[in-house]
Design a protein around this ligand. Structure first.
Ligand SMILES: NC(=O)N[C@@H](CC(=O)O)C(=O)O
Ligand SMILES: [Zn+2]
Ligand SMILES: [Zn+2]
Length: 347
């Protein structure tokens, strides 16, 4: 039987939500990952260090008994965020990164930044104290086509920002285009990118061919096949600037299956099986550990996990549920559209 043992992975971009949803999904992450960067786009968002502290406590409370998991907290950047509070958060060890949502770009982003100029004092402080900025890299300009919003963001927002503040460490989250990959590769320092599991597997056909499939809709939206191939090449390359951020983003089915469905794909439960499949397809199983367990901690200045996990390839496909039941409602699980033979061995 084929198997591979790697350091325990981390997830560098995760939505856990709150309350009953948090309780319903956290076990899928804590079973598979040692740490995760927790997105702050709650309603209301996690804006202050005090908010993050309270949210962290709720996460720890919801953790299944016996699971060891470390939530790495982020702050949601607003135009009114206090630079002193950001610095306090970093000094206390609570805050791992600050998250920039251009206002209106994605789920719960209306309190985000409209005018980058207003965020400059906070960004300057972050550059000074070495705190990374995580970005949802899409413009929200109505004239810009949704498939071009990442490329236009790089050109009109990210590159000017990095030229103005080269010392700021920036994580381009959920990169979905060849443009994003090329931009990261062209940088000499202080830029890295996370890639989701689903963007390595689907292109935009999954959403639109043969009928609208809301469970493949997320933001940034999946692009053309050439972009998916560029993401795959980057993920399996071993290049230290690329690492996993699942962007697992649960929404209950009624909020996905309706006239104006929410963006987000839930993949925490089967991500590792999907990724082993992708890396095997690419003949790069030996690079899986770099992508899921080494490059992320190196970028965030943390040690890789000491614990190991073994993935085994089973004869019979592993049965994952198509939906999970949470106290908040039913959530559909990401369907990679191929059988999953790789399984995480449970000790
Ligand atoms: N990725 C998504 O499609 N949705 C995320 C927000 C985000 O990461 O942009 C969510 O919070 O639901
Ligand atoms: Zn996002
Ligand atoms: Zn996200």
């Amino acid at each position: 039987m084929q198997s591979i043992t790697i350091r325990r992975p981390d997830d560098w971009h995760l939505h856990l939500r709150d309350g009953a949803m948090l309780e319903g999904v956290i076990g899928d992450t804590s079973r598979n990952f040692a740490r995760a960067i927790i997105m702050p786009n709650l309603v209301p968002p996690v804006v202050t260090t005090a908010d993050a502290k309270a949210y962290r406590a709720r996460i720890m409370e919801a953790l299944p008994n016996g699971d060891r998991f470390e939530p790495l907290m982020t702050l949601y950047l607003t135009e009114h965020t206090s630079a002193d509070d950001i610095e306090e958060g970093k000094k206390s060890g609570l805050i791992t990164a600050v998250k920039l949502y251009p206002a209106g770009a994605t789920t719960n982003s209306h309190s985000g930044v409209r005018d980058m100029e207003k965020a400059m004092p906070m960004l300057e402080r972050m550059a000074k104290i070495g705190l990374p900025l995580c970005v949802h890299g899409e413009v929200t300009t109505p004239e810009v086509d949704i498939f071009d919003r990442e490329a236009v963001f790089i050109e009109t927002v990210l590159d000017p920002l990095r030229k103005r503040l080269p010392e700021l460490k920036v994580t381009m989250e959920h990169v979905t285009t060849a443009d994003g990959i090329d931009y990261i590769k062209s940088s000499k320092a202080n830029l890295a990118g996370s890639i989701t599991t689903h963007h390595l597997i689907i292109n935009r056909n999954a959403i639109l061919v043969g009928g609208v499939r809301p469970h493949y809709y997320c933001l940034p939206v999946a692009k053309r096949e050439n972009h998916r191939l560029a993401l795959r090449a980057a993920a399996v390359s071993g290049d230290k600037r690329f690492f996993l951020g699942t962007d697992s983003a649960p929404h209950i089915d009624p909020l996905k299956e309706c006239a104006c469905g929410c963006a987000g794909i839930y993949s925490s439960i089967n991500t590792m099986s999907c990724l082993a499949h992708v890396f095997e397809q690419e003949g790069a199983l030996d690079k899986l550990e770099a992508f899921v367990s080494l490059n992320g901690p190196a970028w965030y200045g943390l040690s890789p996990n000491e614990e190991r996990v073994t993935l085994v390839k089973r004869e019979v496909p592993v049965a994952f549920p198509t939906k999970i039941e949470t106290g908040a409602g039913t959530v559909t699980v990401f369907d990679p559209m191929f059988p999953l033979h790789w399984d995480v061995e449970r000790s």
